[in-house]
Design a protein around this ligand. Structure first.
Ligand SMILES: [Zn+2]
Ligand SMILES: [Zn+2]
Length: 236
């Protein structure tokens, strides 16, 4: 993930889509913080490819919770306040890594993400690119956050940002081939693909139509497309 590029893109999108400005501003603050975690993890040397250094991450917790309370949406800030009183952060992070506790995932994953980006990068450097073609991330097994299209279709992992090739016209979640495309004129380079077989949706960022797009930032800015998606779900 190129944090600096994502932040600059978010600034452009803030001006273009004022309704998404608060959430984009929060994302920029979060990315600055995540980049610091990522840099620290990289400086940490040769971590074993799947080892989670909770001591390193724990050191970032007070600043992180403060950031969420200051810039985050009220609901998240309230949760952060409660978590500050818990002494078992190590275990929470491990549970998030193991996917043992979905309820806490939202808060824990923001601090986990940049560390797992580092682990995935380290894996690619030492072992090589992982084979694509599967519906979930070949590194960490999470579902895709979205897809990008630019000559070939790639899925982008919702946790470690690994991107991998996946066939066009196929649902990554159930491998069904009855995809319906929904769009919004405000986001000409984005679309939502709904699957008629499993009922799930995936956002697609067309980098051919807008080479300046940065998947993470454009995903956040295009909340209106999620409304399109919800509308379609209510009126099949
Ligand atoms: Zn992953
Ligand atoms: Zn499907």
């Amino acid at each position: 993930m190129d944090w600096d590029r994502a932040r600059r893109r978010a600034e452009v999108l803030e001006a273009r889509h004022p309704e998404a400005a608060p959430v984009l501003r929060f994302a920029r603050a979060l990315w600055r913080f995540q980049e610091e975690i990522y840099r620290r993890a990289r400086r940490g040397g040769r971590a074993a490819a799947r080892r989670l250094d909770t001591a390193l991450l724990g050191g970032f917790l007070p600043d992180y919770l403060q950031l969420v309370e200051k810039h985050g949406p009220p609901e998240l800030a309230a949760r952060a306040q409660k978590l500050q009183e818990r002494p078992d952060w190590d275990e929470l992070l491990r549970a998030c890594w193991r996917r043992a506790n979905d309820r806490l995932e939202l808060l824990a994953r923001a601090i986990l993400e940049p560390y797992v980006h580092h682990l995935a990068e380290r894996w690619r450097e030492e072992v090589g690119d992982l084979e694509g073609g599967t519906g979930s991330c070949p590194f960490c097994g999470r579902p895709p956050l979205l897809a990008t299209a630019n000559g070939e279709r790639r899925l982008v992992c919702s946790l470690c940002a690994t991107a991998w090739a996946f066939p066009e016209g196929e649902c990554p979640l159930c491998r069904g081939r009855r995809l319906e495309r929904l769009g919004d004129p405000a986001f000409p380079h984005l679309r939502v693909e709904g699957c008629a077989d499993c009922g799930r949706y995936l956002k697609v960022v067309d980098l051919g139509r807008d080479p300046e797009a940065v998947a993470a930032a454009d995903e956040i800015a295009s909340g209106a497309l999620d409304t399109v998606r919800e509308g379609a779900r209510g009126n099949p």
